[in-house]
Write a protein that binds this ligand. Structure first.
Ligand SMILES: Cc1cc2nc3c(=O)[nH]c(=O)nc-3n(C[C@H](O)[C@H](O)[C@H](O)COP(=O)(O)OP(=O)(O)OC[C@H]3O[C@@H](n4cnc5c(N)ncnc54)[C@H](O)[C@@H]3O)c2cc1C
Length: 397
């Protein structure tokens, strides 16, 4: 077929953009769809189409038109799980004056979420030979060749809003007794920023977007400004189970054959320390080593496994429980006090000492054990402490 237009550009890979690209593909040599969002691989809501979180019903006519342009779409969606039902039979219409009884109408309707439909259409459109879908690009204006003639678009990377922050992550830990508010934020897939705000000692945590920003504004550091410049893509979710919990399976004198326990079922940490997934991986590695190390057909010794697992969790357990105990009002034992004094001294010195910062990061990421700090060159730096004149207490949140 002779193609009338050499190159068409579609702005936005939403419903209209995808439908337009489909149509243009029949008559253009090339079609470029430019979408501001980094598009999800699967069926997922996204920032540029926030309405995707809400109910999206496709009317009978719309479905017919889409089916015409994308033959087999209905069957494809049905196969993937989207129900097809008769409007008259399946609808419970609660009208001001009553609810009509089920009435077969021969009007097939298919229901799905908006991201589900969008994903299917996107896949179809991407497969069209003349179409190129460019995501993560914002159209900032039109290019013209004199008045009244548009010849192209101007684009820029990303969402065209505030530039992404210069950092990839923010870590603002809590510390008894003064620092009872903090946050974790990381840049994740699809150019999203994932933010967790946390608090201790009865701090009221936010419920909604407005409170979330208000809470962030009470923190030191850059997080509030960045949150204020972004669009939320999900609701605020609260999580309150932060207690450290360990079951001493390793102390049992008998252990049943054919069972092992690992992960949070044995030892769950306050998630603020970010240890759980790593510890789970180490425990799985232990399992692998023990399975490989045993003689063929010999059963795994579950009791030995639990004992070795306890060794894996030991230092993480201390790293989580020592600082958490400092929040307790009751008198704490001197080893806990000493441990906290040391950790606080270390953390206070880290901002002024790159070597110590590196060692501390190794400890945090568990690539180095606590004994690293027994190195006299590091130990002396901790004991001497930060340069005089620097006070973090003054900035407590
Ligand atoms: C809460 C809610 C519920 C709805 N429920 C229904 C329903 O039940 N049934 C129904 O048929 N319709 C419903 N709609 C309407 C439907 O979502 C829209 O009509 C439809 O998505 C319009 O398609 P569109 O392509 O114009 O816009 P969108 O689908 O919103 O797509 C616009 C796209 O353009 C991109 N974009 C924007 N600016 C740029 C730029 N400068 N550069 C590059 N890309 C850019 C965006 O990221 C987005 O992907 C609902 C809408 C809302 C808000």
């Amino acid at each position: 077929m002779g193609r009338g237009v050499r190159h068409a550009v579609v702005i936005g890979a939403g419903m209209a953009g995808l439908a337009a690209a489909r149509v243009l593909a029949d008559s253009c040599e090339a079609v470029t769809v430019i979408e501001r969002d980094t598009l999800p691989r699967g069926s997922a809501p996204r920032a540029g189409a926030p309405q995707g979180h809400h109910v999206h019903g496709l009317l009978a006519l719309g479905a017919e038109v889409f089916e015409g342009y994308f033959p087999g779409l209905r069957a494809e969606l049905e196969q993937a799980g989207a129900p097809v039902w008769d409007w008259g039979e399946g609808l419970c219409a609660v009208l001001p004056n009553g609810t009509p009884p089920p009435t077969p109408m021969g009007m097939p309707i298919q229901t799905f979420s908006r991201p589900f439909l969008e994903h299917a259409l996107r896949r179809r459109v991407r497969a069209l030979e003349p179409v190129t879908l460019r995501d993560g690009l914002t159209v900032t204006g039109l290019r013209t060749a004199g008045p009244g003639k548009v010849v192209g678009v101007r684009v820029k990377d990303g969402d065209g809003g505030q530039a992404p922050p210069s950092w990839m992550g923010v870590l603002q830990p809590l510390r008894a007794p003064d620092f009872h508010k903090g946050c974790y934020a990381i840049q994740i897939e699809n150019k999203a920023l994932h933010v967790t705000l946390h608090g201790a000692n009865g701090t009221q945590l936010p419920h909604d977007d407005e409170d979330f920003l208000a809470y962030a504004k009470t923190l030191r550091g850059p997080i509030a400004d960045v949150i204020a410049s972004l669009t939320p893509t999900s609701a605020v979710r609260r999580y309150a189970r932060t207690v450290n919990r360990r079951v001493a399976y390793h102390r049992l004198s008998r252990w049943p054959d054919g069972l092992i326990a690992l992960g949070d079922s044995v030892c769950a940490f306050n998630p603020a320390y970010g240890q759980g997934m790593t510890v789970a991986a180490l425990e799985a590695r232990l399992l692998d080593q023990m399975l490989r190390g045993r003689r063929t057909r010999m059963p795994l010794d579950g009791r030995v496994f639990q004992q070795r697992l306890a060794r894996i969790t030991a230092s993480s357990w201390l790293m989580a429980t020592i600082p958490d105990r400092a929040w307790e009002r009751s008198r704490t034992a001197w080893p806990v006090k000493a441990g906290n004094w040391f950790m606080n001294r270390l953390i206070d010195t880290v901002p002024h000492d790159p070597r110590l910062y590196t060692a501390f990061s190794g400890l945090f990421h568990m690539t180095a054990g606590p004994l690293t700090l027994a190195d006299p060159r590091l130990l002396s730096r901790v004991l001497i402490g930060p340069r005089p004149g620097t006070s973090l207490r003054a900035a407590a949140a």
